[in-house]
Design a protein around this ligand. Structure first.
Ligand SMILES: Nc1ncnc2c1ncn2[C@@H]1O[C@H](COP(=O)(O)OP(=O)(O)OP(=O)(O)O)[C@@H](O)[C@H]1O
Ligand SMILES: [Mg+2]
Length: 487
């Protein structure tokens, strides 16, 4: 059995173990020191590849003298290196003689059946040593053999059995230290491997998520393109259906019987409904793909809101819902597309009227407020919180559309801005519509650098709050925060 090189097969993962890696140096040093203090014998511990891990020995007077004589010094060097490399026998021990008559005792260190290093005890004087052997005088003629003999006589004598017992104890204790150090080393390596493995898995997942995101974006783009094309293609024939049904209803192609009139009017009304849906889809796909062009022009919110109220007043009257506006004196210039803003408030007021029962009230209020610069797009990014804290207060217009209607449960409020989302999506739902209005509202408001949110009204009903930055605020916004549609 020979000593194992550090690249042994004992691996954790793909890491070979070596004694120098696993053993606790301080514990090893303390142990060797205590042996040396107790028995006065030098102790050295080597790893299998020859690295010296512990060295506790006082130079003997004899050795010092020998090292002063060149020929003897060379012989000493040869003995020491032989003691370092001599192979212990099957029992793991060997005694290596020195030319001075002293000796070294070498013991193999074994871990999990493999030799992982060695202990070298000595030099010591064997108990039976009387005087140095003739080999001492042969190393160098200049050596004073008498002096060397006197010095050799001072070296303490050690019985072979005592030495073997000391070596045995040392070996057992050291192997215990190796065992526990190795266990700790394996545990830490396993931990490291598991952390590395988790990190690798995380990286894999991130890569897969990125790929999925890219694919989803592409699918989303295709969907928007498809919607835009389809809506456009549907609009043309639908315009004919609406136009011809209107002409028929007006009797341009001849008088119709009352029942025929009724059918034709239904065709016309449903055609109009379908056209509104298609126009909504077209708007949404344009806003999603960023191809809707918004004109950034000076605008006031007051006239926009007045026009919306005028448009929806007949609907509200028909439902017996009071429609009130409070938008006088909103001295704040917006940089906005007035037509698109009109669309936003038509949707909001139309909803408010639609979801408010007979006898209820819808109020539109506008006022100028001050707030931190609003974000340019809808998405918050990482530094937006910091930007908000640092931003100066800037002018903005806040418009609140409140109603006393059926209300929206708190848990549903964030979802109503998703396309096609309706709080009551059952087939028996009471109110008409397709669920596109609010998603269009949100996108238009985002594109203007504003924000829209929903709150509950007291004691019942809903309040939609739209905040739009003033023209001055928009000019002050960082270029990167100006939405692409308006930049
Ligand atoms: N003022 C409101 N009061 C109560 N519920 C509302 C109000 N406004 C919106 N909602 C809820 O949010 C849903 C989504 O509104 P949205 O305007 O997007 O769609 P819609 O009005 O159903 O259809 P469309 O606007 O496309 O004709 C509505 O179906 C309704 O459930
Ligand atoms: Mg609506």
């Amino acid at each position: 059995m020979s000593d194992i090189p550090p690249a042994s097969q004992d691996v954790v993962g793909d890491q070979p173990i070596a004694l120098e890696d696993v053993v606790d140096r301080d514990a090893l040093d303390d142990l060797c020191k205590s042996i040396h203090a107790l028995f006065g014998i030098g102790v050295r511990v080597y790893a299998s590849q020859g690295a010296l891990l512990a060295n506790v020995a006082n130079e003997l007077e004899l050795c010092r003298y020998i090292n002063e004589v060149p020929g003897s010094r060379a012989a000493c060097g040869a003995t020491v290196s032989a003691a370092k490399s001599v192979a212990p026998g099957d029992d793991g021990e060997v005694t290596h003689p020195c030319f001075t008559g002293l000796a070294y005792h070498i013991v193999s260190l074994v871990h999990e059946g493999r030799r992982v290093g060695r202990i070298v005890l000595g030099p010591y004087a064997p108990a039976g040593l009387r005087e140095p052997p003739p080999s001492l005088a042969e190393t160098d003629k200049r050596l004073d053999v008498v002096q060397a003999s006197e010095l050799a006589a001072k070296v303490p004598r050690v019985k072979q059995e005592a030495l073997q017992r000391i070596a045995g104890h040392l070996k057992e204790t050291l192997e215990l230290i190796i065992f526990s150090s190795h266990k700790a080393w394996v545990t830490s390596k396993l931990h490291l491997y598991s952390v590395r493995e988790s990190y690798r898995e995380l990286q894999d997942k991130t890569t897969r998520l990125e790929q999925t995101l890219t694919r989803l974006k592409e699918v989303d783009r295709l969907k928007s393109n498809f919607l835009a094309t389809m809506s456009h293609e549907l609009r043309t024939p639908l315009t004919s259906i609406i136009g011809y049904s209107e002409m028929l209803a007006e009797g341009i192609a001849g008088e119709l019987a009352p029942e025929q009139q009724e059918y034709v009017r239904t065709i016309h009304a449903k055609g109009e409904q379908l056209l509104r849906l298609i126009m909504g889809l077209l708007d949404l796909s344009k806003l999603e793909s960023g191809t809707m062009s918004l004109r950034q022009a000076p605008a006031q919110i007051g006239p926009v809101l007045n026009e919306v109220i005028t448009t929806l007043a007949p609907v509200a009257r028909k439902k017996d819902v009071e429609l009130a506006i409070d938008s006088d004196g909103v001295p704040c210039e917006l940089a906005a597309d007035a037509e698109r803003l009109r669309q936003v408030f038509i949707n909001l007021v139309d909803n408010a009227v639609k979801f408010t029962p007979k006898g209820g009230k819808v109020t539109v209020r506008a006022r100028v407020t001050e707030g931190p610069a609003l974000s340019g797009g809808g998405d918050d990014d990482d530094d937006s919180a910091g930007a908000v804290l640092l931003a100066p207060l800037l002018k903005q217009v806040e418009i609140r559309v409140s109603d006393t209607g059926i209300g929206i449960p708190a848990a549903e409020r964030a979802k109503v801005f998703e396309a096609f989302y309706q709080v009551d999506s059952s087939s028996t739902r009471e109110y008409g519509g397709t669920g596109l209005g609010l998603s269009i509202v949100k996108r238009i408001v985002d594109a203007h650098g504003g924000q829209v949110s929903v709150e509950g009204n007291e004691p019942n009903g809903t309040v939609f709050v739209v905040t739009l930055p003033s023209a001055q605020t928009r000019r002050a916004a960082l270029p990167s925060r100006v939405p692409p549609a308006l930049a």
